[in-house]
Design a protein around this ligand. Structure first.
Ligand SMILES: Cc1cc2nc3c(=O)[nH]c(=O)nc-3n(C[C@H](O)[C@H](O)[C@H](O)COP(=O)(O)O)c2cc1C
Length: 238
């Protein structure tokens, strides 16, 4: 299969970079075709702005999503967006490697989602969740964070991590555009743990990638429970 990695860390000696390398190497060793978008290395511009559009359906008022559709169809999108989108559309598996910043993705990756996951292509109208534009692809994230494992979960200080703190990413972005979202790999407490503990985490990640077909899938809303305007069907409304 084709695996496309979107990597968001500036430092070559970081744990996140080591995770990216482990993932790329294991997928390649297993015979998959791996491509990489290293956002810091290429100086990716994460700021969604009118400069993204070479033509305007409405020069007077910018509605970003509508201009995404118009400019994609007209071939007038900014070249860097088109260059990022192509490997996404070609991939069977999308991988994201990043450190958690403020309960979310770093700005450079957040901006990549904003600019690259185009309305009209990756989602739009009723083409969301199981019917999203990227349905049929899988997505997998490997993230690091400073917090310890016991700070998360139902009774943890920060609450549930994957479907709580990061729901905006796993449901609201990767699930919304239709990918089958695999349970992410999480490196807890990374800045504070020993080299041995980091090495053990990377080995666990390597085994996770080698066994990726058995990785659990995160839930997304079932469209069958909603009407054609996405209002809950009567039997589900209570
Ligand atoms: C701006 C910023 C925000 C951060 N926000 C969080 C956070 O919300 N939760 C957390 O556990 N760690 C947070 N961290 C810690 C990083 O996630 C951690 O340092 C990083 O994952 C370590 O990986 P690295 O060594 O590869 O950079 C933050 C760090 C920075 C710089």
């Amino acid at each position: 299969m084709k695996v496309h990695i979107v990597h968001a860390h500036s430092e070559g000696d970081s744990f996140v970079n080591a995770m990216k390398t482990v993932i790329a190497d294991q997928f390649a060793a297993d015979g998959h075709e791996v491509s990489l978008s290293d956002l810091y290395a290429k100086g990716f511009n994460p700021v969604a702005s009118p400069a993204d559009f070479g033509d305007r359906r409405d020069p007077g008022r910018l509605v970003y999503t509508l201009e995404q559709r118009h400019n994609y169809q007209g071939g007038t999108l900014a070249a860097d967006i088109v260059a990022e989108l192509e490997p996404v559309l070609a991939a069977d598996m999308l991988v994201f490697t990043f450190p958690i910043y403020w309960f979310g993705a770093p700005a450079i990756l957040k901006g990549w989602f904003d600019r690259v996951l185009l309305s009209g292509v990756c989602y739009g109208g009723k083409r969301v969740y199981g019917q999203g534009g990227l349905a049929g692809k899988r997505s997998f994230a490997a993230m690091s964070l400073g917090g310890r494992h016991d700070m998360f979960g139902e009774r943890g200080l920060h609450g549930e991590l994957v479907q709580g703190m990061m729901r905006h990413l796993f449901q609201g972005t990767l699930g919304y555009v239709g990918t089958t979202v695999l349970d992410p790999f999480i490196g807890f407490n990374v800045p504070y743990i020993s080299l041995e503990a980091r090495t053990a985490l990377l080995e666990e990640l390597r085994r996770t990638v080698a066994d990726i077909d058995r990785r659990p899938v995160l839930p997304v809303p079932d469209l069958n429970r909603f009407d054609d305007r996405f209002a809950p069907l009567p039997e589900n409304a209570a």
